[in-house]
Structures are given as C-alpha cells and as structure tokens.
Design a binder for this molecule. Sequence first.
Ligand SMILES: [Zn+2]
Length: 565
Amino acid sequence: MKNNNKKQLKRKYFSGDFEITNWKNLQIELEKLLSYKIDSKEDLINFWETVSELDKIVGDKGAWLYINMTRFSNNTEYRDAFNLFISEIAANSELYSFKLKKKFYDSQFSRELSSEYVHLKKIIANEIELFREENTPLFVAEQKLFVKYREIVSKMTAIYEGEEKTIQQLSLYLENNNRHVRQEAWQLMLGCYKKEQIRLDNLFDELKSIRVQIAQNAGFKNYRDYAHQAKGRFSYTPEDLLKFHETVEKVVVPLVEEFKKERKDKLGLEILKPWDMKVNVEGEFPNPFETHQDLIAKGIKTISQVDSLFGEELENMQKNGFIDAQNRKAKAPGGYCYPLFEQGSSFIFMNAVGIERDVTTFIHESGHAMHNMMSKEQAISQYLDMPMEVAELASMGMELISIDHWDNFYKSGMSEIIIKKELIDKINFLPWEVAVDAFQHWIYLNPNHTAKERGEYFASLLDRFKIDGDWTDLEKEKAMRWMMQLHIFQLPFYYIEYAIAQLGAIAIYRNYRQNPQKAVEQYKNFLALGYTKPVSEVYKAAGIKFDFSQKYIAELMEFVKGELR
Ligand SMILES: [Zn+2]
C-alpha cells in the first residue's frame, strides 16, 4: 500500500528512508533502543528523543492505515492492514514501551534533568506505575467486546415511510419541523435499542467486569479511581468532579431551563418532549455551502481571518490532499482530525452534506489541526499526546474565536442568529456531559448493581439534570437512553473533558470579546505549548483559569446571558 509521500519534517535520529514494514523490523529498532548506552544527561535526552521519533514514525504509520480504512470503508485490504497493525504492531509494542520508559525513568541521569523535564517524568512515572503485563490481554478483550457493540448498533435499522433507515438517517428527522415526524423517528430509534436491550446490558456487564479486574490488577479499590489516574488527570481529583456535577446542576441547569422555556414558546408547545430538543427554533437556515470544495474554500477563508498562519496551514493541507470533506458511499461516518507528526500537519476527515453542523465540524477539526501545526516542533512524543481537556480546548476554542467570520457561510444579518444559536447549543449540552460522567462514577463505585438498578439510576440522573424535557410515559426509554452513548461502552470516563473544555472555550471567547487580538495571541501561545506543561498551566497560557468552582462557572454563565441579550 502506498502512503502519501509528502514533504516531511527532517528526522534527527532515523534515516529518511527508514520505514516500518512489519513487526519484525520495528522490533529490531526497539531492541536497539533497549540497549542504548546512556552515560550522561545528554545521552538520556537523546535516548528519549530517539524513542519519541520512533513513536512518531509508528504513529504516522497507524494514522495512514486508519485514514485509508475510513476513507474507503469497503476496501477489505485497507481494513485488514489496519487490523494487523493493531493486533501485531500496537499490541506487541506495549511491553517494549513500558521497558523503555523504565529505562528512562530509572536512569541515574534522570535525576539530573532540569526542571523542564519534571512534567515529562510525571507522565512517564504514572504510566510505569499503572502498567501490568496481565492487563494487556484484558485490554484486547475489552476491544473485542467493543467491536461487538459496534456491530450491534451498526446493524440497527427501522422502516420509516416504507424505507429502511439507519439510526444515523433517523436522527436527521429529529430536526424536522413537523412534530409527528420527529416523534416517530425518535421512537423508532429508541425502539431499535429496545430490541437489543438485553444483549447490550449483558455486553456492558462483561465490559464492566473486565474493567473491575483491570483496576484490581493495578492495585486500585475501584475502576473509577484507576481510570482517573490512567488518564493522567493530575490537576483534579474524582471528588472535584463530583463537586463539578453539583455546580452544573446549580448554575447551568437553571439557564438551560430558561432556554427550554424559550424553545417551548417558539415552537408553540405546551410541553417539551425528548423529540423536541433538536429542531432549530429559528426556522430552517439556508444551506451554508454548496459542495464540499465550497465548504473547504469558505472554511479556509474563515480561519484565515482569525490568523493568516492558520489559513496557510489549511491551504497546505488541502494542496497535499489532507482534507477529505466529501460525503460519499463507502466512506465511514463521522469526522476527525488525525495528527501527522512527520509532516508536522494533520488530516481532516468528515462527511459534509451541506448543513450548519458541517460548518461547526470543519471549524472544530481545524482547531485540532492548528494545535498539531503549532506544536509540531516538540521533539518529545508525550508532549504531543494531548489529554482531552487540552485537545478539545483548541477545537472548541476555535469554534468561538472564529464565529465572527462565519458570515462567509451565511447571508448578512444571519451572524447574530448563528452566534446565539451556537452559544445556546453549547450550554444545552453541558448537563448531558455531566450526567454521562455522574453515571459512570456510580457504575464503577457500585459495580455489583443489576441491569435494572443501572437503568433506574440513569433515569434519576435525567431528572436531576432535567435532560430532554418531559419523560412522562417514557419510563422504559428513559432507563435505556444511556445505551446510545458510545463512550460509555468504548471510552469509559472520556466525556467530562468536553464539559471542562467547553467552559474553557467560553472563557477564551469572553477574552476575545474584550480584546480579540490579545485573545488570538494567547490562543496561539497555548497551541504552541502542546502538552509540555500541566493542564492548569496550559489553560493559563490561553489566558484562562482551570477552575470548576461555582463562582467561576456562574461568572461564565452570566457572560453568556449577556451575549444573548
Ligand atoms: Zn474534537
């Protein structure tokens, strides 16, 4: 398979033509690194930079395999190549990676490293501490179960108006102006899950017991605390998150209730039901762009107006064929931005169909891409492996600091409506993000619960955070609504970062409103840092606080209210 052979950043330790062709040739390099001679502090740094360079080479290999597989999802050769990479190269690398980290950390010269390496040592020490060889097969088992989840969900279809529709297709009807259409689509969607409820509950129980075992093997009392540490969340504790849930309940939910009242009035309804939450109350927006090329052209123009350097990077990406925004058959759903370390660039993948959400997605992924571009000179791979609180601050921040220029997509006079809608959407999402997190805290602190108790607890969270309007007569649906959230199956505890980063992005936007130039400068400084510093310092560089306090969040909500006036 031919990968893109575009201009690369210069390698420092490996020759330009070195390529990973299979596990064997990678293993040779890893063995060499294990016997790397370290006789000084400088040797130690060179050693780790060499490990990092190899990490980047391996990372890019995986990136292209993933990109090819998702761009051409009916190509079995691409799919097999990716699966082989995961089962062979990625799985076999685990133990080597652990040994290399230990070699770095245990080296006598590690103690002589200057303070700029403190953060790196912390990341590495944490990974060493958590590694257990006996957990490797459990991670593989977890992956296999997740593939099962995906199989079950991807096969879900329902007949709507005589035609077979997938969940994704049905979800588009939730935006329909006709309430009957919305209600039917919503009930069909939930009906698909209802049919699979027992299988999904059993599958989740299996996942849960594997996770409980992983945590036990690593010496933890419960999986929640293990997951917290495995995610390298050094700046806050699980208890801080419980307080954060309470704060959102106190400070954000009342504001969302105000938005709901407005929604209800605008739709002319007595009661809001779960199927009334997605329809655009401002009426239908004109299509923001015609073709996927048009989206990219307008997107580049928009991002250039934030900063010309950003526009140049997107133009380069487009020239190199690193943006695939077209929606077509035999392409995987969704959108992502994949870093290409050796190019110092990124690949943007999405499925644009001509709606407002595509604009948000393009700008969002561009934010990730600018993060990769601005931090590309970092030699150490750990500094490019951004935790989600940091990564999503870049993308969500970009959405808001570019929003004044979204008039490239809309007729004049629309911008004000768009800005308000975007802000409301973002606030509306916070209670859900927190509920998904609170649910998982409960699950893993009470691992012996039954499926019934789990459903009941989730239903109680929907009440607590007042999610999706009125659930009267929808008790069954309410108890299984969580099954639609893929993260709970595939990426445990990965969700609250969206809420954290969203609040951060609002804080960046508040700065932007006061002084646009300064806010963009700070945003760029933050991007350039990558993950060279702890999360709170990275946020500080962006000109904002890393803070979950009630006072701070209330302040941000007041700002949003002011913007909406
Ligand atoms: Zn993102």
